[in-house]
Design a protein. Structure first.
Length: 380
């Protein structure tokens, strides 16, 4: 079993770490406070090739592979959870268009995502009545001549205001259940595509989360991604890969909280000595380090399987489950180690916990990950 990164993966990790520490980390508190979508940094990230990591070069991507993708997202997640989720979703959509798109769709969308001409890309599945049970969605797409006409409401859509292109799931056949779902590429400016309410969130506040309203939204038939009825499979396949991204973001955020706690434990003195001298604090630090390594190793295993083109649905769910729950636990412990200072915004750990809370919800809740894992394990 090989535990070494390649020279190239190490180089990507170093480059992105330096970039994230210099360009992203210093903005994290401000984008959280002002709820500002960080367009300028995202453009720089695209210029570094970070928005099309899973797409081959001949298709306009940077082809760095899933392990490097995970390393990149860990570094960005360590610097700022808002930047990390935008990057992760944009890469997921870029890969989805590469995997399921026609040559014309790839040629039109991938270069714009990869270059940063599109500030982000979005994935529109969830609806008010269809969250975990995404197959019960109600948006419709009716074919009229050379167009499909989309109607419905999507909620909680990451980067919905800024995305140049969005993968939108809608029913082309209302009687066929999840087999009646199709996916459409909907570009910004399409008539009938409206941005609705912007959510005010507990954390990840630099990431835009909005309602998307489709009102007689007309897209040309060429914008159908895959075939009619393939949509649910396409969305689930995309989410399967996307979970490696959220797991990686979680490891990065968990590492940031762990590092903050380690530094503070050495600096803070009570009873005449650093609190790191107390075994109660040492045990917390030991548990945090161990759990973080466990989460990171499972995340890299899922990334490695994905890179090799091997089945990794169960492993991606395991990675997302452990990494998101570990990140939350580490963030809570980091606050405990900071004492009262952890609860106020003089230190970043209160933001880390707020940012961590959504990790067990989006791209499938922890309960949904357990369903995916149990189904696989019990069928074996
Ligand atoms: C900040 C943010 C960003 C998001 N970004 C996107 C995005 O870009 N695109 C997108 O399409 N969606 C996005 N989402 C939506 C997200 O994926 C959903 O919120 C999530 O899938 C859960 O759906 P729900 O909120 O409707 O919860 P529900 O499905 O109503 O779940 C409520 C509770 O019931 C549990 N539950 C549900 N079904 C079962 C079951 N069968 N067994 C056991 N427990 C169950 C859940 O685990 C949860 O604890 C985002 C959400 C947030 C908060």
């Amino acid at each position: 079993m090989e535990f070494e990164f390649t020279e190239e993966q190490r180089m990507i990790q170093d480059t992105v770490r330096r970039f994230a520490e210099k360009e992203i980390g210093p903005l994290a508190a401000e984008v959280d406070r002002t709820e500002r979508f960080p367009k300028e940094t995202l453009k720089k990230m695209a210029e570094l090739g970070l928005m099309s990591l899973l797409v081959p070069e001949e298709a306009g991507g940077t082809s760095m592979g899933a392990v490097a993708y995970s390393l990149v997202l860990q570094e960005i997640g360590r610097a700022c959870a808002s930047h990390a989720v935008i990057t992760s979703v944009t890469n997921m959509v870029c890969e989805g268009i590469y995997r399921f798109g026609t040559p014309a769709q790839k040629a039109r969308c991938i270069p714009k995502i990869a270059s940063g001409e599109y500030p982000a890309a979005a994935f529109a599945l969830t609806e008010p009545g269809a969250g975990s049970d995404a197959g019960s969605l109600r948006a419709t797409a009716e074919r009229r001549g050379d167009e499909y006409v989309l109607n419905g409401t999507k909620i909680f859509i990451t980067s919905g205001t800024y995305a140049g292109v969005m993968m939108v799931a809608a029913k082309t056949n209302r009687e066929a259940g999840s087999k009646g779902i199709s996916v459409f590429l909907v570009e910004q400016g399409t008539p009938g595509l409206k941005v609705g309410r912007k959510e005010e969130k507990l954390g990840q506040r630099g990431s835009d989360t909005v309602e998307i309203i489709l009102e007689e939204c007309r897209v040309p038939v060429e914008n159908l991604l895959g075939n009619e009825g393939d949509g649910f499979r396409i969305m689930l396949a995309s989410l399967g890969g996307g979970r490696v991204g959220i797991a990686s973001n979680s490891c990065g955020l968990g590492r940031a909280a762990f590092e903050a706690a380690r530094v503070y434990a050495r600096e803070r003195k009570q009873f005449g000595r650093p609190i790191a001298d107390f075994q109660a604090i040492q045990f917390k630090i030991a548990d945090m380090a161990t759990q973080l390594d466990a989460a990171t190793l499972l995340t890299l295993r899922a990334a490695d399987l994905k890179e090799k083109g091997l089945p990794c649905n169960k492993e991606a769910s395991m990675a997302k489950l452990i990494a998101s729950e570990t990140a939350q636990r580490i963030c809570r412990e980091a606050i405990q180690i900071h004492g009262g200072y952890g609860y106020v915004n003089e230190y970043p750990v209160e933001r880390y916990l707020r940012d961590a809370m959504v990790l067990t919800l989006y791209e499938g809740t922890s309960e949904v990950q357990r369903i995916v894992i149990a189904r696989d394990v019990l069928a074996a």
